[in-house]
Design a protein around this ligand. Structure first.
Ligand code: AQP
Length: 340
């Protein structure tokens, strides 16, 4: 801990729910930016299992996925010696602060959250209170660590704005307690769309696996999914293609993987058949994901190494979280434990 604290770098925090299969959308919207920003920030990267149970999960799958997602964070290039990586439920302060923040969050605010509306539709048989109060837990995740920056995809912007409102409300009611975090939403790829239904975002728990690219898909599956991706009846790429949902999404993915601007990609493929773009995109994906998958296989095969990193991360997180939570409890008037 002391080494990490000495740096006094600003804090960057982000998390992903261990539901479904980590998908290209999650990589582009979130993980890629974690890796790019880790030089300048102390990164806190969480596998948010407590959020995942707002939707029913099979216990054995959830357990395996927590480890698999942590291994994928590392395979993506997160340096565990310079950042803090842990599983949310290993740090009980998240649940504790979440309860407090629930009491500073209005139902009117929660009613406006589009993710709640979406997920209530998708899981109509299980619209539970956790799904509804999810943003208060997310606010706790972020505010516990006095976070400066939160890299997220565009879909999480609304939750982050609510986090800022809750922090300001608490600070104004008592005195400055929480840092008010800034969002980091990537310029390109903030919303990667579904391959088969390109008007909705790519989601890692989609029941149709042809809708998303899993970071662990083998090359033949990657090629097949790209080949089958829905486009439109025009066959040739024009500058207008950028504004058409299906083909525009493929151009966006190509631009992100090849670190090119969208305009440069549209120029490169102008006048070409869609099938040419699909072929080159599949090659880029395979070239990008093969080394990622090799690193992943090595890490997931060394369970001791992974669990040591997660244990160390949870210890570091508990240390930081306790500082904020004690401050909060003192300000709201809770009697300090051990002095009653
Ligand atoms: N399609 C996307 N494009 C860009 N960014 C995305 N993110 C998710 N989908 C896209 C970003 O990935 C992070 C993971 O978020 P999460 O798992 O906590 O929740 P989510 O937003 O609900 O992600 P999914 O993939 O849609 O998960 P499921 O299907 O399991 O609910 C966030 O930073 C998010 O912005």
């Amino acid at each position: 801990m002391s080494e990490l604290q000495k740096d006094k770098k600003p804090i960057l925090l982000s998390g992903i729910q261990p539901s479904g299969h980590l998908a290209l959308g999650n990589y582009v919207g979130a993980m890629r930016n974690w890796v790019n920003l880790q030089q300048d920030y102390l990164g806190i990267f969480i596998v948010v299992d407590m959020h995942a149970i707002t939707v029913r999960q099979k216990p054995a799958d959830l357990r395996n996925r927590c480890l698999s997602f942590a291994a994928q964070y590392l395979a993506a290039g997160i340096d565990p010696d310079e950042n803090i990586i842990f599983i949310q439920s290993h740090v009980p302060q998240h649940a504790e602060l979440s309860w407090v923040l629930n009491c500073y969050t209005y139902m009117g605010e929660l009613n406006r959250m589009t993710q709640f509306k979406d997920k209530s539709q998708r899981h109509g048989d299980n619209i539970n209170a956790g799904l509804y109060t999810y943003p208060a837990l997310m606010a706790a995740d972020i505010l516990l660590y006095q976070t400066d920056l939160v890299p997220v995809g565009a879909d999480q912007k609304q939750h982050l704005e609510l986090t800022r409102d809750i922090a300001n409300r608490f600070n104004n009611t008592y005195s400055p307690t929480f840092k008010v975090p800034e969002p980091f939403i990537p310029k390109a790829g903030a919303r990667i769309m579904s391959l088969q239904e390109p008007d909705k975002k790519m989601s890692k728990s989609d029941t149709n696996e042809n809708n998303y690219i899993s970071l662990l898909d083998p090359p033949d599956v990657l090629r097949r999914k790209i080949k089958r991706a829905v486009t439109d009846s025009a066959r040739e790429i024009t500058p207008e293609s950028l504004h058409h949902s299906g083909i525009g999404n493929l151009l966006t993915i190509f631009s992100v993987l090849n670190d090119m601007s969208l305009e440069a990609v549209a120029n490169q493929f102008e006048g070409q058949q869609y099938s040419v773009l699909k072929g080159e995109l599949a090659d880029s994906l395979v070239a990008f994901l093969e080394p990622f998958q090799q690193r992943y296989s090595k890490i997931i095969g060394e369970k001791g190494y992974l669990t040591d990193i997660l244990d160390q991360g949870a210890g570091q997180a508990r240390y930081l979280a306790t500082k904020t939570l004690s401050k909060v409890y003192r300000k709201i008037g809770f009697v300090p434990a051990g002095r009653s």
